[in-house]
Design a protein around this ligand. Sequence first.
Ligand code: ATP
Ligand code: MG
Length: 560
Amino acid sequence: MNEVIEKKDFIRDIIDEDIKNGKHKKIKTRFPPEPNGYLHIGHAKSICLNFGISQEYQNATCNLRFDDTNPEKEEMEYIDSIKEDVKWLGFDWGENLFHASCYFDKLHKFAVYLIEQGKAYVDNLSFEEIREYRGTLTKAGKNSPYRDRSIEENLNLFEEMRNGNVEEGKCVLRAKIDMKSPNLNMRDPVIYRVKKSDHPKTGDKWCIYPMYDFTHGYSDAIEGITHSLCTLEFEDHRPLYDWFLDQLPAEWFPSRPRQIEFSRLELTYTIMSKRMLIQLVKENHVSGWNDPRMVTISGFRRRGYTPKSIREFMKGVGISKSKGYVEFSNLEYYIRQELNATSPRVMAVIDPLKVVITNYPEDKVEEFDVEINPEDKSSGTRKVPFCREIYIEKSDFMEEPSKKFFRLRPDGEVRLKNAYFIKCEEIIKDNKGNIIELRCSYDPLSKGGNSPDGRKVKGTLHWVSVKHGKKIEVREYDRLFKTEFPGKETGNFLDDINSESLTIKKHCIIEPAFFDYNKNTRYQFMRNGYYYPDPFDSTKEKPVFNQIVKLKDTWQNVKK
Ligand code: ATP
Ligand code: MG
């Protein structure tokens, strides 16, 4: 039998086992972002895993849940962008959209229950004192003097906090666990604090808010999540989530989630923490969250990456517990591979140099039929007009070429792709000595770019007819950071910003065929790379293209 055995990961293996043993009939996962920034490519790993599982297993679902416990840092803009990004990546939460803030009533009830069981207390230590009392990895913590308050007093004080009668920072509610635990998370974590801020969802209903850890684990259980998948840094939080659940009657929850940790996606030449991404935006190092150089989902979208290429990349990366960096060029490989198969080819000259073909009739126009995509025979052909004046790439001509330069040189001959052989006869310069035009002759017998007599030319150039070409702006991108691990040497990632990461070319020329496609088309500019019309700045009158990725991985060579 020719059965394809799909390679699974250890998480899917566990789920398979749980289904086989009858532990679960319906698998329920969730993607739980804090709405305090835009999603980045690391989040896409978690999205592809959680939503991927919900697509693969029968009756499985995946919740999109906003863990919105910090009203000061959260905004509707972030919530909207997260939804848009998850959808764009190709996933659908259906009815399963939740906010942890919907559980604030329940969570408050849980907190009161913990107090009633003698498992939580109101502490009047300041935040600094709490930190001090907490100890370190090598030093045990010590008990707060307020730890042994009576249940009654705690209930009253917590009620006071809730009613707005306590100032911010004056007291908090803490779980009573173990100040000597080797796990710092278990040293009486704060579970509620006073915060007199309105919340995007609950408005001014609350002036106390549950902490992230308290909210997160309980929210999974409230939602009946079967497998709570998260990144490795939550491994140390698992005992705390378990402790929280152990204190409440099991029948209060539809399930007891099983937390499984996997390693985060880390990419070279970038940073992925929201805190740093916010800094890049707020300090104007980039044009915004969706700057095409950002590793945000919205940045990749704007740049022209496809959702499929990101999903395929994630499949390639896989899920495991081993930590490590993935090469950025690995991601580029996937988009290149996809676009090579799907994108229409056009000729576009980024830095134009005019060429006049002196022996070509002045008013003559020829149209060559050229394949749209040689990788996809069904794509058909396009018409490429040719006439006496054309543009070629400045860098395709050298007045004093090195031996290995096979493109156009004085008295040299090259092929114009799909058109003719031309020979450089004369160089025209301005009064500063800059080359502004070339005079060439063409060989009428070399039509279609074919050699008439077996003579060979080494270089093949792309070109655009002066009369028919259309002016466009092209934005070329390099890595946003110069070093593989930004900030590693200097301690400040901003020191490693690549000041040449954006090059704007305002006077590029493209062949007219590109008008035949819709504005969502990703093109291959022949010999150059893949390009996408900027969704915000590009108009029919003034097209603006973002470089998605170069044709070849030149980065390794440039690096030195
Ligand atoms: P960051 O640490 O980058 O600021 P975060 O972890 O605070 O992000 P959340 O909104 O809490 O961001 O993340 C939502 C989910 O995405 C979490 O389950 C988290 O584990 C996961 N996630 C975040 N970053 C990565 C990453 N680099 N790789 C895989 N999953 C990630
Ligand atoms: Mg987080």
